[in-house]
Design a protein around this ligand. Structure first.
Ligand SMILES: O=C(O)CCC(=O)C(=O)O
Ligand SMILES: [Fe+2]
Length: 238
């Protein structure tokens, strides 16, 4: 594949990512959202390339002792020599960055937006409609260390990305949304233990610090989301 796209990490030429939103989740967890890492045109070119050229597969995974087909397509890319990734009993084949050169352009844009970061692996997800989803989880595999930075770039159909705080282990604070009566729940929008982001075409969302230790995230089913969404999560394996 000789196609290379110039990735613009500074679409408005201001020298900074305008409208970058930083959210302090407390206790050393932080999320950063950049609505426009890449321009819309450029993002559609990446979308079309990835949709067509990535060898997407839908693996069978094991969750809570039960096997089922993962409700989205996936692919894994990693630098040479890294330890193997295994999640939910599944070990994806590690493709090389050279197999898909445009991924290097996206990686470059991410590195530019996040000075000091050095991502060396990438998990790709494709949601082929509103039924495809990822359930509540944390990317807390030992492989990534205790405070991984995860940079997530989205293309195509906008979907909601939800975050909720893991139930606290201390009994005093043992109140998660799952065991609390509905009447006592705060409205989600004002509850500091829940956050929701609409991940736009060409956007970047970063989770860092203790986010994977203390929070869960998901992309739930959405009946009205008919179009395809592609998401790339860049990670660093020490
Ligand atoms: O699609 C997304 O925005 C999130 C994907 C995700 O959480 C993951 O790959 O671990
Ligand atoms: Fe995740």
């Amino acid at each position: 594949m000789s196609l290379r796209f110039k990735a613009i990490s500074d679409p408005d030429g201001s020298g900074s990512n305008s409208k970058e939103q930083k959210m302090d989740l407390g206790n050393g967890s932080e999320v950063v959202y950049v609505p426009r890492l890449l321009t819309s045109d450029e993002s559609w070119k990446f979308f079309d390339y990835l949709n067509k050229e990535i060898p997407w597969i839908r693996p069978t995974i094991r969750v809570f002792g039960r096997s089922h087909v993962q409700p989205r397509d996936t692919c894994y890319v990693a630098s040479k020599g890294l330890p193997e990734l295994i999640y939910s009993g599944y070990q994806p084949h590690a493709y090389s960055w050279d197999d898909f050169p445009p991924l290097k352009d996206i990686l470059e844009a991410v590195h530019k937006a996040l000075p000091g970061s050095t991502f060396n692996s990438l998990l790709l997800n494709r949601y082929k409609g509103g039924n495809d989803n990822v359930g509540w989880h944390a990317d807390d595999e030992k492989l990534y260390g205790s405070t991984p930075e995860i940079a997530s770039v989205s293309f195509g159909c906008e979907r909601e990305f939800l975050m909720k705080k893991k139930p606290s282990k201390s009994s005093q604070e043992r109140r998660s949304d799952d065991d609390e009566p509905v009447s006592k729940r705060l409205k989600k929008s004002s509850n500091p233990d829940h956050h929701s982001f609409t991940l736009k075409h060409g956007s970047l969302l970063v989770m860092r610090g203790y986010t994977q230790r203390d929070w869960l995230h998901s992309v739930p089913k959405r009946a009205k989301a008919e179009a395809t969404r592609i998401n790339l999560t860049f990670r660093y394996v020490p």
